[in-house]
Design a binder for this molecule. Structure first.
Ligand code: HEM
Length: 349
């Protein structure tokens, strides 16, 4: 008798919980129904939204951004899609982006930035500038880095950037003579890494000429980890991901170990010579000195953050330019002419 009552109560509780969840999904979907969105069919679509479409797309070695772009061309500059219990709104409207990021300064989503800071429980960007979501803490720390974001400071890096560009061109000339093919994205990745290391930390890495360097692979794997975790909350329970997640975690550990070693080296040199040129690193160290709650792990957070924020974005931007040039014969020809003959400038039709 008591057993029946317990089963009945449990069943009742289950029904109530299911109803509440259903109501939550209903209200959530209703809130965004005025925006265009990809179709979601039946009960599975109601609860999971586009989860399976996304999972299938990514499992074919695609990037989520490609799918978002496809949806953008279909639904326009503002659309929404459901990803499990979340509605994700995508916009490419300049004004809306400015309003969200600058005018309204909407807060960062904690769930997302927790993944950026600690994917799969491994400290990656930790509480660095990008992943610190506590506005007060971020503001205090950011104030110390503002110098590094000013035009003057950025202009100072251009010579280093150009000199790394020249090293890459020398390497490309050799490859061209040998008739071998080369992956330009990997090359830009190495070049951007060397440039950021020099500009931000006064470090000479020379990964352009050192094919053995694994640093780029660690960064790429760590970023793969972020995408995996963000696009599939069930990634950790999928058996097929076991080795990949192990590699991702190891890459993050390697990256932080490398950063710790370099930081120790730079600090030791500084203590011995009492000299350090003004770089982002010297700002970080200045911060470490004047902040009581900043520990060595936080120092690594900022080191890794600048490395990745600077390297990956620059390499992507350069690769994007080459891709666009390849698709625009007229501009490409003009560029080649202007390299051969610097007095020739691109003329718009
Ligand atoms: C084409 C090049 C670049 C692009 C497209 C780019 C884009 C961005 C974007 C979108 C953010 C905001 C990220 C967020 O808060 O979630 C950001 C932040 C940041 N970027 Fe860049 N970036 C580029 C180059 C660089 C370089 C060269 C560096 C440093 C060497 C750098 C360092 C940072 C840092 C430290 C932040 C965090 C700033 C803060 O929250 O206070 N970025 N970048």
């Amino acid at each position: 008798m008591t057993g029946c009552v317990i089963i009945d109560s449990l069943f009742f509780l289950l029904v109530i919980i299911s109803l509440l969840i259903t109501l939550k999904f209903f209200v959530l979907r209703k809130k965004y129904e005025h925006l265009p969105s990809p179709e979601s069919y039946g009960l599975i679509g109601f609860y999971f939204g586009q989860y399976f479409t996304i999972h299938e797309f990514l499992s074919k070695n695609n990037f989520i951004e490609e799918l978002q772009l496809n949806w953008s061309s279909k639904f326009g500059s503002v659309y929404v899609y459901q990803f499990l219990h979340q509605m994700i709104c995508i916009t490419s409207e300049e004004e809306a982006i400015k309003k969200i990021l600058i005018d309204k300064d909407f807060p960062k989503k904690p769930e997302i930035y927790k993944i950026v800071g600690f994917p799969f429980g491994e400290r990656f960007l930790g509480h660095g500038l990008v992943s610190e979501i506590d506005k007060e803490k971020w503001r205090n720390r950011r104030a110390l880095f503002n110098h590094g974001f000013k035009k003057n400071a950025i202009s100072e890096g251009i010579d280093h950037f150009n000199s790394k560009g020249n090293e890459l061109i020398q390497k490309l000339n050799l490859v061209a003579d040998s008739n071998k093919s080369i992956c330009m994205f990997d090359e830009f990745n190495r070049m951007a890494l060397d440039a950021i290391a020099k500009i931000a930390f006064d470090l000479d890495l020379d990964t352009i000429n050192n094919q053995e360097s694994k640093l780029n692979t660690f960064i790429a794997k760590a970023l793969h980890g972020l995408t995996l975790k963000m696009t599939d909350p069930f990634s950790e329970i999928r058996l097929e991901n076991r080795n990949l997640i192990k590699e991702i975690k190891q890459s993050i550990r390697n990256l932080r170990k490398f950063s710790a070693e370099k930081l120790n080296e730079i600090i030791k040199n500084f203590e011995e010579s009492n000299h350090m040129s003004r770089t982002i690193l010297s700002d970080i160290l200045r911060h470490a000195k004047c902040s009581e709650d900043l520990d060595f792990e936080l120092l690594i957070d900022d080191f890794v953050t600048f490395f990745i924020a600077g390297q990956e974005t620059t390499a992507n931007a350069l690769s994007f330019c080459v891709l666009e040039l390849g698709q625009n014969e007229r501009v490409l020809k003009n560029q080649i002419n202007s390299i051969r003959n610097p007095s020739v400038r691109i003329k718009e039709k």
